[in-house]
Design a protein. Structure first.
Length: 309
């Protein structure tokens, strides 16, 4: 029994041609050929070898090869990519190149913990943090610190005045009102810098009972007094001092966390004021209990060996 088998010829550049012959079932060889433009030529040795393999005479193979390739057009063997069209000549009256500034960055939406009731607490620390780094004016780098408190401002404090925000929630319930605020600054990598297992969180500053109608904390208003009493209570930090403990990392990079709390009440009162020796560890649970909203910001400080010379 004889079948039609597919015999591959190699054209210039390795392109495979196909010719069909009446061959025996076991013929599976590919004929190697030498070519010229528009024509495939096979050597006598190739045809004899193929004839032995396929049980076909060399004259039959030569006739089949010539018949299958003689009418192929020249462009069958070569493919030319047409050149792209030439660009139109100028000038171009409808093309205008205009320099525009980049669009302003869209601030991310507030986190869920920043919001409460009818508004969200927003904190600004442009003086304290610059480029993600705690400004040198608050550290020992380059000289002594020139600030005694973390300088921050905030807005978005509902006072139930009806200005800029609703007084009632959708269920006709009154929006909660922040009566006081708190500001805290902590070193998350004390004392050895990031990556050390012996580190702990070190409190550098905490202040509570900041009046709810204030919009910031700075070196001036932190000393405000009313009826011979200090309005803002500045507590004892982990260095055993009242105020801002010296920020002067001895090793590596330190991360600092600044937190501003909006609280539903004051921590101290006229009848029961906070004592000057009140530890930070006792204050933190009270802040969590009275929290309406809070905002946390982070900054880094790299230790400077020249500071210790």
């Amino acid at each position: 029994m004889r079948r039609r088998r597919k015999l591959g010829l190699l054209a210039p550049g390795g392109t495979s041609l196909c010719c069909f012959f009446t061959l025996s079932c076991e013929a599976t060889t590919i004929l190697t050929s030498r070519t010229s433009i528009g024509k495939v030529q096979s050597t006598s040795e190739d045809l004899v070898l193929l004839a032995r393999t396929t049980r076909t005479t060399t004259s039959e193979l030569r006739t089949a090869t010539t018949t299958n390739t003689k009418d192929l057009p020249q462009d069958f063997f070569t493919f030319e990519t047409p050149a792209p069209p030439a660009p139109p000549s100028g000038p171009f009256p409808y093309v205008f190149w205009v320099t525009t500034p980049p669009p302003p960055e869209i601030p991310p939406p507030p986190a869920w913990e920043n919001c409460y009731g009818c508004d969200c607490l927003t904190v600004h620390a442009d003086t304290l943090i610059k480029g993600g780094v705690l400004d040198n004016a608050f550290t020992c780098i380059g000289g002594d610190a020139s600030h005694s408190v973390p300088v921050v401002t905030w807005d978005g404090m509902p006072k139930n005045s009806g200005l800029g925000h609703p007084i009632l929630k959708k269920g006709r319930e009154a929006c909660p009102k922040a009566l006081s605020l708190a500001v805290v600054l902590e070193d998350l990598d004390y004392p050895n810098g990031t990556g050390e297992v012996t580190n702990k969180v070190f409190n550098h500053f905490w202040a509570v009972d900041i009046p709810g109608d204030w919009t910031g904390l700075n070196d001036g208003n932190v000393k405000t007094r009313y009826r011979d009493q200090q309005l803002v209570f500045v507590g004892k930090n982990d260095a055993g001092e009242h105020g801002l403990a010296k920020i002067c990392p001895q090793k590596g990079t330190h991360r600092y966390r600044i937190t501003v709390w909006a609280l539903r009440d004051y921590l101290g009162s006229g009848d029961k004021p906070l004592g000057p020796e009140t530890p930070w560890a006792d204050v933190l649970p009270r802040l969590d209990e009275l929290e309406l909203a809070k905002v946390q910001m982070f900054a880094t400080v790299q230790s400077d060996p020249s500071t210790f010379k």
